[in-house]
Design a protein. Structure first.
Length: 318
């Protein structure tokens, strides 16, 4: 009898096509609640999930046959890893394949904030463009500015690499320092968190969400940043406190912010929606056809490997 696989959400069809060759696959195309998922998951041997799926202790404990949870994301904060480990469930993610697309989004936000692109675009579409003016919608130069990276992993390095085109010195902070060879390659310097805040002209958040990084950016941190600094978060919304960011933008504590993720996603602080000095995107980090297809295939491959008794390509629990 074929093993059973549940795909929990609407993703590229390539995953379904790959998995259905060897397994009995059920493809759900609407969002499950925790209760619905717990009720549905019992007969399945593997589940292909997204960040929106709450793979809690309740859900995992409702699946006696479950061998693998393959997350369609590089992050995995939607999964109770402790419960998964205790039940012998393999957890995988999709790193590497989304690095470049996510770095591109971070840079789209950087450029939009520095040159006030959303404000200009809105003005053209609403009140109309009245003509060139010497002091009209003045933004900031990027060339030669200091780019700060919080979280110098794959995506952080890709963001930094793009900064070479703007001749940017790179500052970075994370739990450990990189080798001198890596620092030389990216023109990067390891600094304390406080120095990162004080010296960065653009500060890009590219770290995973962990107990250490949760709410790492609050009013205290925004007050230490330069008044003309730009704050970018294309990582996880819970790394910044949204109400504090709103206050920092309202009081001009920082120049602007660019967000692709939100603290209580998909809900967004209503005041944030009204601020002109904030560029907002609807979590588009990896949203290219090529990248999402690669993510789907990698998640499917991990499931196939686990259900056929082999090691997955990208395990979360080592």
């Amino acid at each position: 009898m074929k093993k059973r696989v549940l795909i929990t959400n609407l993703i590229p069809e390539t995953a379904y096509q790959k998995l259905s060759r060897r397994f009995q696959v059920v493809w759900n195309k609407k969002q499950f609640s925790e209760t619905q998922l717990a009720a549905k998951i019992k007969p399945f041997h593997a589940v292909l999930t997204t960040l929106a799926d709450p793979m809690t202790a309740k859900v995992l404990s409702s699946a006696p046959n479950l061998q693998c949870v393959a997350n369609f994301a590089v992050g995995f904060n939607n999964i109770d890893l402790q419960t998964a480990k205790s039940r012998g469930i393999q957890v995988t993610n999709t790193p590497d394949v989304l690095t470049e697309a996510t770095a591109d989004i971070a840079w789209a936000l950087i450029l939009s904030c520095a040159r006030r692109v959303p404000e200009g675009e809105k003005l053209v579409r609403t009140t109309g463009f009245k003509g060139w003016g010497a002091l009209f919608l003045l933004g900031q130069d990027l060339f030669g500015k200091t780019l700060g990276i919080y979280g110098f992993g794959r995506i952080g390095k890709a963001v930094a690499w793009r900064g070479r085109g703007w001749n940017m010195p790179i500052l970075y902070h994370q739990r450990h320092r990189e080798s001198l060879a890596v620092e030389k390659r990216y023109n990067a310097k390891y600094v304390s968190f406080e120095t990162l805040l004080k010296r960065s002209d653009i500060l890009s958040v590219n770290s995973p969400l962990t107990p250490e990084t949760k709410y790492r950016f609050t009013s205290k941190e925004f007050k230490q940043m330069k008044p003309k600094s730009i704050f970018i978060n294309a990582s996880r919304g819970l790394i910044h406190r949204e109400a504090d960011l709103v206050k920092a933008l309202q009081t001009k504590t920082i120049f602007s912010a660019g967000l692709d993720v939100y603290e209580h996603e998909p809900k967004i602080n209503p005041t944030l929606l009204k601020l002109s000095n904030c560029t907002l995107m609807p979590h588009l980090g990896s949203a290219t056809l090529e990248t999402r297809t690669k993510m789907a295939l990698l998640a499917a491959e991990n499931i196939e490997l686990v259900l056929t008794g082999r090691k997955p390509k990208t395990p979360v629990i080592k």
